[in-house]
Design a protein around this ligand. Structure first.
Ligand SMILES: NC(=O)c1ccc[n+]([C@@H]2O[C@H](COP(=O)([O-])OP(=O)(O)OC[C@H]3O[C@@H](n4cnc5c(N)ncnc54)[C@H](O)[C@@H]3O)[C@@H](O)[C@H]2O)c1
Length: 278
């Protein structure tokens, strides 16, 4: 149930491709909580996705921006301020893409041109968004910028490929820029490390289905859904988290602090017993 947590707040939401996208849920929740938003995505995603549907539902305009283009991002900041009638209070960076993952190129045999693209789209884009927001003075004091991450930034998950390195870089950018933006403008910058979630980006990772099941069994609260993540983002956009910045916050049902769960042990025990009986 909505509580008007974001009443009077304005923001930009990057990355809503279809109704499974975390950003799609974040847009719905932000608007239900009283915010006014601008939606954005890469021009190609706008052609392929369903963002117009979401825009109608959220009474929002859509401004195309490739997150690797400074010109697009400057235009996005300026046009968003025009559309929303002033500076903004939050930004959700929900962007990820690895050509190496898409093309199934193993990490040890990486294509470096692709690797550069992964880092540019999935990590440096956060720096670009923050830099253009700062230069265009698009954010109010105490505004909140949230980017979505994954635990592969800290621990190895082989199928995640070069996205792991991109997430590690992105989390570092959140800390480094968060320091600068905090002193300059009291703007907060955090990353949310989300459970595996069935979306276009998520499902592209090798072995995703098995991993989703594993994470569900490892997490005391189970996997966090896209909607849960959207609610957590709304809290981070709100005034209730004014003093939280430069953090990577795990939103994963307890996965990150679990060594092994009794459910996984039981599964393995079953396999060991079955193997012994053969
Ligand atoms: N799905 C998961 O399991 C999971 C887990 C943890 C973190 N995340 C992160 O959540 C974020 C959102 O992903 P999602 O799972 O909702 O999948 P998604 O595929 O719905 O969203 C990814 C978005 O990135 C956008 N994008 C790609 N290249 C872009 C560019 N050059 N400019 C602008 N936008 C671009 C896509 O158009 C898409 O809308 C990503 O950062 C992802 O890494 C996802």
């Amino acid at each position: 149930m909505a509580n008007q947590l974001l009443k009077g707040k304005k923001g930009i939401i990057f990355g809503a491709l279809d109704e499974r996208s975390i950003a799609w849920k974040a847009a719905e929740i932000a608007v239900a909580e009283g915010a006014e938003i601008v939606l954005t995505n890469a021009p190609i995603a706008l052609r392929m996705g369903k963002i117009a549907e979401l825009a109608k539902q959220c009474n929002a305009i859509v401004i195309p921006a490739d997150a690797t283009s400074m010109t697009d991002l400057e235009n996005l900041m300026e046009k968003s301020m025009e559309a929303l009638g002033g500076k903004m209070d939050f930004i959700l960076h929900s962007i990820g893409m690895s050509p190496n993952v898409r093309k199934n190129i193993p990490y040890t045999d990486t294509n470096y041109e692709n690797f550069h693209k992964t880092l540019d789209i999935s990590a440096l884009s956060l720096h670009r968004v923050l830099q253009t927001a700062m230069k265009t003075d698009a954010l109010n004091e105490w505004a909140s910028v949230v980017a979505l991450s994954y635990i592969a930034a800290q621990r190895t998950f082989p199928g995640y490929n070069d996205m792991a390195d991109a997430k590690a870089l992105m989390e570092s950018i959140a800390r480094s820029f968060g320091y600068q933006y905090g002193f300059a403008k009291k703007v907060r910058v955090n990353t949310v490390s989300q459970s595996p979630t069935v979306t276009t980006a998520g499902s592209g990772v090798a072995g995703f289905d098995v991993f989703l099941h594993y994470a569900e069994k490892m997490s005391p609260l189970g996997n966090a859904s896209a909607e849960d993540c959207a609610k957590f983002c709304a809290m981070l956009f709100s005034d209730y988290t004014r003093m939280v910045t430069m953090q990577n916050l795990f939103h994963d049902g307890g996965f990150s602090n679990t060594g092994v769960s009794h459910l996984i042990v039981e599964d393995i025990q079953k396999q060991v017993t079955e193997a012994a009986q053969q």
